[in-house]
Write a protein that binds this ligand. Structure first.
Ligand code: SF4
Length: 508
C-alpha cells in the first residue's frame, strides 16, 4: 500500500487564513482521446501554477457513462496535485460503494465529495437502471464508520468485524438556490443531517444570486457550525447558458437577465470570453470577502490560461464586494429567501387535514401511548408465529396501504417520516432522508413541469422539518432489502425495521 502523502486540499481547507481553490474536471466517455489529453494538460499547468489545491473529478456526470473518477484521480495524484473524487450513488449499490471506498483508500484517494447524483440517463442500449441504494447521508455514515473503525456487521448472523480506520476527508453538497420555501427548507435540513452524519466540508450548487450565497453562509454561522464552506462558481459559455436557462441541468438556475448579458457579450470578437471570466473573477472576490473558505471553479472548455486570468483578476477585485454586487448579482424573480420577512408558503388545507387524520390513526397503533398499540402488538406476535395468519396479515396490510399510499411493500415503512406519502413509489430516487438537489421550481428533476418533487408535496401537507437544532436530526438508516415484500407492521413490532436502529424507539 502506498505511503500517505501530504494533501494540499485538506491542509489548505483547514487553515482559517487560506482561501482554497478547486477546479472541476469532467471526463467524457472512453479511456483516452483529445478531451482527456486536454484535461491532463490542464492538470500539469495547474500543478506548476500552484494556486489550485484540488482538481475535482465528476462521477458519470449528467447520468451518462464516463471514465471513472478513480482512474483519472490516480493520474492526477501522480502529477502531485490533490484529486477530489465525486462519489455518487446513482449507479452503485451499498456493497459496490464500500468496495470502491476500499479501492480509494488503498490508492490514497482520500478526498471525496459525496452526492446522490443526477438520475441515470442513456447508456448501452437504453436508459440505465437507477440504483440509489444509499442516499448521501447514509454513505456519509458509512464513511464515518470506516474513519473511526466502528464495528460493522459481517452478515445476517450479526457477527461483528472491525476494520482499520480509513482517513477519508469527505464533503457534501447543498443548494441554496431553490426558489420555493418547501424546496429550500429541506435543503438546509438535509445539509444539517449530512453534517451530523460526518460531512467535513460543504460545496454549494453553482448559482448566480449573491443574496443566496450570503444566506447559506449566514445559515451555517447561525447553526454555530465551523465546517468549511466552498462556493461553486461556474463560467458558462453562451450555449451552456441557454441549456441552464431552460432548466435542463438538474438543480441549476440561470436567470433570464444573466442569459441576456451573456448574449450581448457574445457579440464581441472574443465571443464574450473575457467578460464571462471577469464576471466570475468578481464573484470569486466577493465570495472571499463574504467569508467563504474557498471556491470551486467550473466551466466548459476552459484552458488553464483562462483560469489563470480569472484568478489574477479575482486578486485585483478583492475588497470591493459592495461595488461589484451590481455586476454579479442575478436573482431569479419570486425567489424565497430564508431571512426575508416574507409570508410562509401556504399549506393546502385539505392535504393538511389528510395528514392530521393519518397521523392520528398512526399514533394509535404505533406509538406506545396509543389506544391500540398493545392490541396491535399482541396480534402481530401471534401472526409472527403462525404462517397462515402471517400471510393473511401481510396481504391485509398490502391491500390497505396500496389503496391509500401506493405502497410498494418494501417492508420498512417510513410513511410517518414523510407526511404519509410513500417515497418508494412517489420519488424516482426513493429518497427517504429529504430531497435530492435536482428539483426546479418545485418540480421533480425526473419529471419537470409534470410532477411536484415528493418532498415539496410532503412539506405542503404539513410536516414540520426542524432546521433549528442539528442534534435532533437523525438519518434514517438504509433499507434492509431482505425485508422487501414482507409486512412492515410485523417488522415494526418485532424490531426488524429501521426503528430498531433508532434506539428501539417506537415511531411517534
Ligand atoms: S421527487 Fe424530489 S427528491 Fe425525488 S428525485 Fe424528484 S426532485 Fe429528487
Amino acid at each position: 500500500m502506498p505511503l500517505p502523502i501530504p494533501d494540499s486540499f485538506h491542509e489548505s481547507l483547514l487553515k482559517n487564513d487560506e482561501f482554497t481553490i478547486t477546479y472541476e474536471l469532467v471526463p467524457g466517455r472512453g479511456s483516452g482521446g483529445k478531451r482527456l489529453e486536454r484535461i491532463l494538460q490542464l492538470a500539469e499547468e495547474a500543478k506548476k501554477d500552484g494556486r489550485i489545491k484540488a482538481l475535482s473529478i465528476t462521477d458519470n456526470p449528467g447520468g451518462h457513462p464516463a471514465l471513472s473518477p478513480t482512474s483519472l484521480g490516480l493520474d492526477i495524484q501522480a502529477m502531485g496535485i490533490s484529486p477530489l473524487l465525486h462519489f455518487s450513488l446513482k449507479d452503485k449499490n451499498r456493497n459496490m460503494a464500500e468496495s470502491q471506498l476500499f479501492e480509494c483508500h488503498r490508492h490514497n484517494l482520500l478526498n471525496l465529495l459525496v452526492l446522490g447524483g443526477d438520475y441515470p440517463r442513456y447508456g448501452f442500449h437504453g436508459q440505465a437502471m437507477p440504483v440509489f441504494d444509499l442516499d448521501s447521508t447514509q454513505l456519509l455514515s458509512l464513511i464515518e464508520h470506516l474513519r473511526h473503525h466502528s464495528p460493522l456487521k459481517k452478515g445476517a448472523s450479526g457477527r461483528i468485524m472491525e476494520l482499520p480506520s480509513m482517513n477519508f476527508f469527505s464533503g457534501c453538497v447543498v443548494s441554496p438556490f431553490k426558489t420555493m420555501e418547501s424546496e429550500q427548507v429541506w435543503q438546509y435540513v438535509k445539509l444539517l443531517t449530512k453534517i451530523r452524519c460526518g460531512a467535513q466540508f460543504v460545496i454549494s450548487q453553482l448559482g448566480f444570486d449573491m443574496e443566496k450565497y450570503e444566506e447559506l453562509l449566514r445559515f451555517v454561522r447561525d447553526q454555530k457550525l465551523s465546517i468549511p464552506l466552498i462556493a461553486n462558481v461556474f463560467v458558462p459559455t453562451l450555449s451552456v447558458a441557454k441549456i441552464m436557462n431552460s432548466r435542463r441541468v438538474p438543480g441549476v438556475i440561470l436567470p433570464d437577465r444573466l442569459l441576456q448579458c451573456i448574449q450581448e457579450e457574445a457579440k464581441e470578437a472574443d465571443r464574450g470570453e473575457e467578460a464571462r471570466l471577469l464576471r466570475a473573477a468578481k464573484m470569486v472576490a466577493a465570495l472571499r470577502d463574504m467569508g467563504y473558505a474557498g471556491v470551486h471553479l467550473g466551466g466548459n472548455n476552459l484552458n488553464f490560461g483562462s483560469i489563470s486570468f480569472l484568478l489574477d483578476n479575482a486578486e485585483a477585485f478583492t475588497g470591493k464586494r459592495q461595488e461589484l454586487r451590481e455586476d454579479i448579482h442575478f436573482p431569479e424573480p419570486s425567489t424565497w429567501y430564508l431571512y426575508d420577512d416574507c409570508s410562509q408558503e401556504p399549506r393546502k388545507r385539505n392535504l393538511a387535514i389528510l395528514f392530521a387524520a393519518n397521523d392520528l390513526v398512526h399514533k394509535q397503533f404505533f406509538c406506545k401511548e396509543g389506544c391500540f398499540f398493545s392490541l396491535a402488538e399482541k396480534i402481530s406476535n401471534i401472526a409472527e408465529r403462525n404462517p397462515s395468519l402471517r400471510r393473511f396479515y401481510t396481504f391485509f396490510e398490502h391491500l390497505i396501504k396500496k389503496i391509500l399510499f401506493r405502497c410498494r411493500m418494501c417492508g420498512d415503512c417510513t410513511l410517518a417520516e414523510s407526511s404519509y406519502l410513500c417515497p418508494q413509489s412517489g420519488c424516482p430516487k426513493r429518497m427517504i432522508n429529504g430531497p435530492c438537489g435536482g428539483s426546479s421550481n418545485g418540480f421533480c428533476e425526473v419529471y419537470p413541469e409534470e410532477r411536484l418533487c415528493f418532498w415539496v408535496r410532503a412539506y405542503q401537507r404539513g410536516i414540520e422539518p426542524d432546521c433549528n437544532h442539528i442534534n435532533g436530526l437523525e438519518s434514517i438508516p438504509p433499507k434492509d432489502w431482505s425485508l422487501n415484500t414482507t409486512s412492515s407492521w410485523l417488522n415494526f413490532f418485532s424490531g426488524r425495521d429501521h426503528c430498531r436502529l433508532k434506539n428501539k424507539e417506537r415511531r411517534s
